[in-house]
Ligand binder design. Sequence first.
Ligand code: 4AD
Ligand code: MG
Length: 430
Amino acid sequence: MKTTIAEVGKFVGKEVTIGAWLANKRSSGKIAFLQLRDGTGFIQGVVVKAEVEEEIFQKAKSITQETSLYVSGIVREDERSPFGYELGITSIEVISESEDYPITPKEHGTEFLMDHRHLWLRSKRQHAVMKIRNEIIRSTYEFFNNEGFVKVDPPILTGSAPEGTSELFHTKYFDEDAYLSQSGQLYMEAAAMALGKVFSFGPTFRAEKSKTRRHLIEFWMIEPEMAFYEFEDNLKVQETYVSYVIQSVLKNCQLELHTLGRDTSKLEKIQAPFPRITYDDAIKFLHEKGFTEIQWGDDFGAPHETAIAESFDKPVFITHYPTSLKPFYMQPDPNRDDVVLCADLIAPEGYGEIIGGSERIHNAELLKQRIGEHHLDEEAYEWYLQLRKYGSVPHSGFGLGLERTVAWISGVEHVRETIPFPRLLNRLYP
Ligand code: 4AD
Ligand code: MG
């Protein structure tokens, strides 16, 4: 019976055949242990010299790392392995030999591994991170579909800049200038006026000269946008959504979290509602913690965010930032216009901001004024202004950065391991 590693549990005591690669191997004079992987999972194959033909035992001892194989064997339960099964190998057929595989079981430097990202993805750790990334995406679609949202795909080539003009990737669009999308938000606002509750999922680009463990040049964002949702409604969606994703990963990725050595007790606590702190109080808090240099009106750096996050065991919303720190489209607080109705969601354990969101300005005059104050080209925003002209309504939305979320949930230090082929300041290869 031909099957996959993920499915072997259905065949305990039976003989199966699996297409696999040799991930690693250990052998003595009498027994060989083959670590096999097939994409769906990892399993240990055992070849006992006394139980198989000599030719098979010799083959098992000589196979090189990453050689592709058809392996047959009897599925056995194995309590010692977290996977729960092993394969008592009866035959091995080599499909294609692999010579001098560069990523050996010894330690390699990060740059070396990044240069071999196309192969590094095969490792157990990277496999686990990609499976968790997939579960986050899957449960995101499930959550928003359950909640009555419609998936809408904004364009990637655009003529306008939602998040400020300094970090844009420029390209020629025949005779015109165009930019790679920094955020689909403005288009999602138009979509919300057509479909009510919408969400997008796609790549976004920031020509940011940041070289930190939280920054990618190309990253994937989930951007929900909701008509008739005000500031408070927006936060509710966010905390329910993030909790849902965490609980889905806990339910469906136990093996992967175990592979990564993730402390899952920390994730189990992540249930809505999440704590909140205003920007004003965050500044006071930081002063008390000894960050004396930060002043009202300054943006938070990573150490500030981490200090704030450390006093909570759930993600924390920092709300009501100064207007001057935020993009042009954010709705001012009705009680004081030096702050806006926005929130950043800061993940625990030092993973930083995973969501940025706000209520949007729905008054045409105010929006026009802000576009002017930010020195943006009004013509490029003509269509966006029209959304405020024809039946404008209060509306809100947010963007969740997928890679930072994957990093946090997986417990990996750097976002470069959370996307198959990271685009970094110094890296466009492979
Ligand atoms: O806070 P940002 O810039 O917000 C927006 O783009 C809004 N237009 C979203 C919206 O309201 N629809 O980005 C949102 C999130 C951040 O919280 C962060 O998680 C992630 O995107 N992000 C990055 N992730 C990796 N690398 C980068 N360079 C990132 N920049 C932002
Ligand atoms: Mg932000």
